[in-house]
Design a protein around this ligand. Structure first.
Ligand code: NAP
Length: 372
């Protein structure tokens, strides 16, 4: 993909990566370059603690210079990063930035969720507007299109605090139209905009192993790349705003259907007298093996659903993916059927359970009673 090759060439000259390579006296090998083309990431052996073992100033001063219209002396100071939305995903992402030594300011609708981050060294502001006005770049990880628009464009929203030289990166999962709307409001302030939804769940967020699907201002993409690399293992630049959202929705559409199908399989195996735990093992060894089945299968067999990805968000993503499909007249009957199942699960109070709880919607107590 040409955008990716494009990205690699540019990223290879990024001062952060250069400093990592220099400091470790490693010349990038052709193999490393080739891997980076497909998985543009800092090798994991360099990623875990480069922010402590390498001088961090060059990284931050590079970013600060890029963001600010300040004097060159001020450019020496670290970039100020805002983080809005501290739910299951936002909290560990912000935490990783703080642990890497970044200057982070947080805000969350429910203030108490800021407290653990404040105790780790984060600053706090009482509105998205104040965060955006006091930071060079602001990230947002919000629940859905409505909250993303509200936080970005509403009263005391981000747009009121933005100005030329600043950047806004929305990492929430929303539809393309929402992202374009937010992007337009952000750009009207003179600031730069990047959509960057993530693939990966609670654990990858904690481990800094997310995959960023970005689109929008390429200059901002390059400026925030070092921060994306703290929070993630790879990043894709996909062009115009809307492409990141579309990629994310397609991925989650597949995931939602896979989970629904897996649920049917587990219940069918049990009903015909097989041990569903053995099914999980069989699946894990064959061509349809997926980390998701191995991770979620054992707890699904026990009917426990510790929340990593809330079911309500999976249903939201299916709904948005179906809208995307409809906009281009692409038939998606499997996803449509899966969506109905998640809706049933939601109507039975499973919204805040993990999305694997969709299996409950297939159990007899949730099925419409049949009269013979
Ligand atoms: P979450 O735990 O439900 O957190 C949602 C966040 O949005 C919270 O900070 C919440 O604030 C905030 N919020 C909700 N409505 C709001 C409103 N009207 N105004 C302001 N803030 C509002 O969700 P999550 O799992 O972190 O997911 C966040 C986003 O990432 C979603 O778009 C989701 O689809 C996507 N995502 C999730 C995963 C995953 O595995 N969890 C993986 C990839 C992508 P409060 O704390 O005040 O409620």
């Amino acid at each position: 993909m040409s955008v990716l090759s494009n990205f690699f060439i540019k990223n290879n000259s990024c001062s952060f990566l250069s400093s990592v390579i220099l400091a470790s006296s490693i010349t990038p090998s052709p193999t490393m370059s080739m891997c980076s083309t497909f998985l543009p990431q800092i090798p994991s052996n360099f990623r875990r603690n480069p922010f402590f073992s390498f001088p961090i100033k060059p990284l931050f001063s590079t970013c600060s210079k890029a963001f600010s219209s300040q004097s060159s002396k001020e450019n020496e100071s670290p970039a100020r990063i805002g983080f809005l939305g501290l739910g299951i995903m936002g909290s560990p992402m912000a935490q990783n930035l703080i642990k890497a030594g970044c200057d982070v300011t947080v805000w969350n609708r429910t203030k108490s969720k800021c407290d653990p981050l404040i105790s780790l060294g984060a600053k706090y502001k009482s509105s998205p507007e104040e965060v955006a006005s006091s930071c060079d770049v602001t990230f947002a990880m919000l629940a859905d299109p409505e909250s993303a628009v509200d936080v970005a464009c509403g009263e005391y929203g981000v747009a009121n605090g933005l100005s030329p030289g600043k950047g806004y990166v929305d990492v929430s999962t929303v539809d393309g139209a929402t992202s374009k709307l937010i992007g337009k409001q952000v750009k009207a302030t003179g600031a730069l905009f990047l959509e960057a939804p993530v693939s990966g769940s609670k654990k990858p967020a904690e481990d800094g192993q997310l995959i960023f699907l970005t689109a929008g201002d390429e200059a901002l993409y390059e400026m925030v790349a070092p921060f994306l690399d703290i929070m993630g293992k790879s990043r894709f630049y996909l062009g115009d705003v809307g492409n990141g959202a579309a990629m994310k929705l397609v991925v989650n559409m597949i995931m939602g259907s896979m989970m629904a199908s897996f649920s049917e399989g587990l219940l069918l195996s049990k009903k015909v007298g097989l041990d569903p735990s053995v099914l999980v093992e069989v699946v894990s060894q064959g061509a349809i093996s997926a980390p998701m089945f191995s991770m979620k299968g054992p707890s699904m067999v026990q009917a426990v659903y510790p929340t990593a990805f809330p079911l309500k968000h999976q249903q939201k993503d299916l709904r948005l993916a179906l809208g995307l499909a409809e906009s281009v007249s692409q038939p998606t009957p499997i996803a449509a059927a899966a969506n109905e199942l998640y809706k049933v699960a939601k109507s039975h109070g499973l919204s805040d359970q993990d999305f694997s709880a969709v299996i409950e919607a297939l159990k007899p107590q949730f099925q419409p009673s049949r009269k013979e």
